[in-house]
Design a binder for this molecule. Structure first.
Ligand SMILES: NC(=O)c1ccc[n+]([C@@H]2O[C@H](COP(=O)([O-])OP(=O)(O)OC[C@H]3O[C@@H](n4cnc5c(N)ncnc54)[C@H](O)[C@@H]3O)[C@@H](O)[C@H]2O)c1
Length: 444
């Protein structure tokens, strides 16, 4: 393929050199004359393992060159990879200045090319820079369309293809990526991007543009949280005389609950008899040892936010008769201790809402010991509110709050008709329900 790469920084240089090594014909574009000059002489503008030899060979073979002339590069190629920087602005927001400028340049070049030759193959613009959801569709596509006089989809293709390389091992990462993510404006645009990486390992995800944009932030946020988590545990361990690396060997060996997809689906607040208690205990121990742990200290406040969000969604409906499906802290148990659904029920009762509750695992007669004490002190009217059937809750409800989705609940919800549904668990048919009025998902 004939490819132009806009922005010859870490991402652009590595993409350009590796794609040239894969047999593509690549033109690099940058506003920095030093970078263009370096590439012209077969030298690398960035320091990375193997990049020097790849660039030298690609330039010597005639597979890679560089220019400052965006229009010439667009004319000579069928697909553009946009890899310009998206630094933080002073207020912390993402600066899209360079992206906007490149979109303008590419758009104008596409318009001129179209006026000269209407029968050229459709050019595809692929954004590799990291950008927030909505940037492509809401900002860059309109600039491309205005500057070119063409329509995205028919006049040119558009895709978002975030980069997952790590500086230091970026060439290795290019040839052995953890995954390939293609946010496609239309299927033909996605096909072009998929063809670029044909033969590389890793799963390929073809997704809506905004999902691709957000996926990059999920990765970087998670990596940052992992590091902060490990470092805070290290700091507490040191203060308590524990060898944190021995301890983390144990933590990391757990591939079922720790290093695994467990607990990573957006949903409702956590609760139960362990997580809140043990987090509080750990943070207290850190405080006593004068160790500041901002991440761990903010986990319970973060959890509280989801409870508040659920409460606000319910009250925003303006209806007073609430059916709560689920009460225990997670499905399949009758343990109500520190259940966020109990807390939600209490708040609703406190504000005078009329409530009925169904939870297959919970029935007053089966509540024993600590659990019974807990419920008697925290939710004494539970007996009056609990019903034995999901249908009875539905009959009462103007608003259905879904905190568990067992078969009985799903069957009742099939009859929900024009009731408001507040989904805390992501119902199996949430994707279709999202488009219907009266449905609100907590985090989707
Ligand atoms: N560095 C990484 O490890 C990494 C990894 C994944 C994603 N990203 C993302 O990729 C994007 C690029 O990152 P980077 O580290 O390569 O940036 P960088 O700052 O190293 O390089 C950006 C290049 O774009 C050039 N440029 C600016 N305006 C231009 C224009 N109008 N035309 C042509 N070139 C122009 C600059 O001169 C510079 O050479 C960012 O959005 C970044 O967040 C970076």
């Amino acid at each position: 393929m004939r490819i132009s790469v806009f922005g010859l920084g870490y991402v652009g240089c590595v993409s350009a050199a590796c794609l040239a090594a894969q047999g593509h014909e690549v033109v690099g574009v940058d506003v920095n004359p030093t970078k263009i000059d370096l590439i012209g002489r077969g030298r690398t503008p960035v320091v990375e393992e193997r990049i020097g030899e790849l660039i030298a060979k690609a330039v010597a073979d005639g597979a890679l060159r560089a220019t400052s002339d965006a229009a010439e590069a667009i004319d000579a190629t069928d697909v553009s990879l946009v890899c310009v920087g998206t630094p933080s602005a002073r207020n912390g927001s993402l600066s899209t200045t360079y992206l906007e400028r490149v979109a303008e340049q590419i758009g104008r070049a596409l318009g001129r090319r179209e006026r000269r030759d209407r029968h050229r193959t459709r050019h595809t613009v692929v954004f590799r820079s990291t950008m927030l959801p909505g940037t492509c569709d809401g900002l860059l596509v309109p600039i491309l369309e205005r500057a070119s006089g063409l329509s995205a989809g028919s006049g040119f293709g558009v895709a978002v293809n975030p980069e997952f390389l790590r500086e230091g091992s970026s060439v290795r990462d290019f040839f052995d990526p953890p995954k390939t993510v293609i946010g496609e404006y239309d299927a033909a645009s996605g096909d072009v991007v998929a063809a670029l990486y044909e033969g590389l390992p890793g799963e390929v995800f073809r997704v809506p543009v905004a999902v691709a944009e957000m996926a990059k932030y999920a990765d970087n946020a998670f990596h940052a949280v992992k590091i902060a988590f490990a470092n805070e545990l290290g700091a507490i361990s040191r203060a308590l005389g524990v060898d944190s690396h021995r301890m983390m060997d144990v933590f990391l060996a757990d591939r079922k609950l720790n290093i695994s997809p467990a607990y990573l689906r957006p949903g409702f607040a956590f609760g139960g008899s362990c997580l809140p208690k043990d987090l509080r205990g750990l943070v207290y121990a850190a405080r006593r040892a004068d160790v500041s742990v901002p991440l761990l200290s903010h986990v319970l406040p973060s959890n509280e936010e989801h409870l508040r969000r659920a409460f606000d969604l319910i009250t925003a409906s303006g209806r007073r008769k609430i059916g709560l499906f689920g009460l225990s802290f997670k499905p399949g148990t009758d343990d109500l201790r520190e259940s966020p659904l109990v807390e939600l029920a209490e708040r609703l009762l406190g504000k005078g809402y009329s409530l009925r509750i169904y939870d297959a695992g919970v029935s007053l007669s089966r509540l024993m010991g600590a659990n019974r004490d807990y419920i008697e002190s925290r939710l004494p009217h539970l007996g009056d509110l609990l019903t034995n059937s999901a249908d009875a809750v539905l009959d009462h409800a103007e608003v259905c709050v879904v905190g568990c989705a067992d078969a009985a609940v799903l069957a009742a919800l099939d009859r929900a008709e024009d009731r408001v549904i507040i989904d805390l668990v992501r119902l199996p048919d949430a994707e279709t329900r999202r488009a219907t009025p009266g449905y609100a998902g907590l985090g989707w």
